[in-house]
Ligand binder design. Structure first.
Ligand code: SF4
Ligand code: SF4
Length: 92
């Protein structure tokens, strides 16, 4: 089974993942839903943190298109495929 993970301290709330995912793996939720998460200052130096963060609501449906990995500005999405190989975000 494919697993999808978001490292929330780096998630800026840009919503690119939700917008590009063809199978609705992600949902944007108010950051208050994630108590105790401290925004990563290194990411904050490059990007603005918004009022929401990304929640993985449907990870097993991921079809490994990798679109979110290219579009995640916080470089905080990691996908582990059926064979156990790890695929990190690679925002350009
Ligand atoms: S790799 Fe594709 S299908 Fe999987 S979560 Fe990312 S955008 Fe969605
Ligand atoms: S693309 Fe990355 S930084 Fe942007 S909302 Fe999704 S997980 Fe967060």
């Amino acid at each position: 089974m494919v697993t999808v993970d978001v490292e929330l301290s780096k998630c800026t709330g840009c919503a690119h993942c939700r917008d590009v995912c063809p199978v609705n793996v992600f949902e944007m939720q108010p950051r208050e839903r994630f108590p105790g998460i401290v925004d990563d200052p290194a990411v904050g130096a490059k990007f603005q943190f918004r009022a929401e963060k990304s929640a993985v609501i449907n990870g097993p449906d991921c079809i490994m298109c990798e679109a979110c990995l290219f579009e995640c500005e916080g470089e905080c999405i990691t996908i582990v495929d059926d064979e156990g190989k790890t695929h990190p975000s690679t925002y350009k």
